[in-house]
Design a protein around this ligand. Structure first.
Ligand code: SF4
Length: 233
C-alpha cells in the first residue's frame, strides 16, 4: 500500500521531531557552552541590522505587546510557509519592519527604543538552540550566532545566570516551534474546510511576481485567526 503524505503532514512530522530534539538537548552541555563563550554585549547595534539578522521573527506574545506600542511596526514574516491554488500565501507570524538602511524599525543610533518591551529573541540573541547547515551543507546544532564578529568574549558568567539564559533559550525555541506547529495544524484545518491546497508551482509563480514588484496577499496566523495583508516588495 502506498502511503500518501501531504506537504503539511511532512512539515508537521519534521517540526515535531525538531521540537523533541530541542526539548531533549542536554542542559549541562548548553550551560557549559554559555560559560565557555562568555559573551557580553558591547552595544555595537549590529545584531539589530540585516548585516547580522535577516529578520526578527515574533512570537505571538511579542506581536500582541508590540502591536499595542506601534501597530505599523509589524509585517508578515518573510519566507511564507504555504500558498494555496489561488495564489494566497500563509505564514506563521509577524516580523519587525526593517528601515531602508537595513536596520530594525526600533533601532535609534545604537540603542533599542523599545528596550523594555523588545521581542524575546532580541533579549536572548546571540544565544539560540537549533540545527542548521554550515557552508558545506552539514547540519549541526548552533547555540551562538555571529561568534567572533560582535560583542566581547570570555566574560565570567555565573552558574545562576547561565542557567537562566539556558532555560530562556529552550523556552524561546520550543515556543517558536510550537507556534509553527500550531500554524500548520490550523492551516491544514482551514484548507480542508475550504477546499484549498498548497501548490508549489503557484507559490513559485506568485513569488516571481512579488519579486518583480507586484502586490501579493498574505494571511498571518495571529492569535488563532488568519489576518489578511497586502504586501509589496
Ligand atoms: S527591537 Fe530593539 S533589540 Fe530588537 S532588533 Fe529592534 S532595535 Fe534591536
Amino acid at each position: 500500500m502506498i502511503e500518501v503524505t501531504s506537504p503539511i503532514e511532512k512539515q508537521l512530522k519534521a517540526l515535531n521531531d525538531e521540537l523533541k530534539c530541542v526539548q531533549d538537548y542536554p542542559m549541562d552541555k548548553l550551560l557549559s557552552i554559555i560559560q565557555e563563550v562568555g559573551f557580553e554585549c558591547d552595544f555595537c547595534g549590529r545584531c539589530c541590522t540585516r548585516e547580522f539578522n535577516d529578520h526578527v521573527f515574533l512570537l505571538t506574545a511579542d506581536s500582541i505587546r508590540i502591536k499595542d506600542l506601534s501597530a505599523d511596526s509589524l509585517e508578515p514574516a518573510p519566507y511564507y510557509e504555504l500558498c494555496d491554488q489561488y495564489g494566497h500565501f500563509y505564514v506563521s507570524g509577524y516580523a519587525l519592519k526593517i528601515k531602508e538602511d537595513g536596520s530594525c524599525t526600533f533601532l535609534n543610533g545604537n540603542r533599542c527604543s523599545i528596550y523594555e518591551q523588545r521581542p524575546l529573541i532580541c533579549s536572548l540573541f546571540p544565544y539560540m538552540l537549533h540545527r542548521e547547515p554550515d557552508e558545506d551543507g552539514n547540519v549541526d546544532w548552533r547555540q551562538i550566532g555571529g561568534i567572533g564578529l560582535h560583542g566581547c568574549y570570555h566574560t565570567e558568567i555565573s552558574d545562576d545566570e547561565s542557567k537562566e539564559i539556558a532555560l530562556q533559550i529552550k523556552s524561546y525555541e520550543t515556543g517558536f516551534l510550537m507556534q509553527v506547529i500550531e500554524f500548520f495544524k490550523k492551516t491544514e484545518d482551514h484548507f480542508t474546510r475550504n477546499g484549498l491546497k498548497h501548490v508549489q508551482s503557484v507559490y513559485d509563480r506568485e513569488m516571481r511576481k512579488f519579486n518583480k514588484g507586484e502586490e501579493i496577499t498574505v494571511f498571518v496566523l495571529f492569535n488563532g485567526d488568519f489576518i489578511e495583508h497586502k504586501v509589496k516588495k
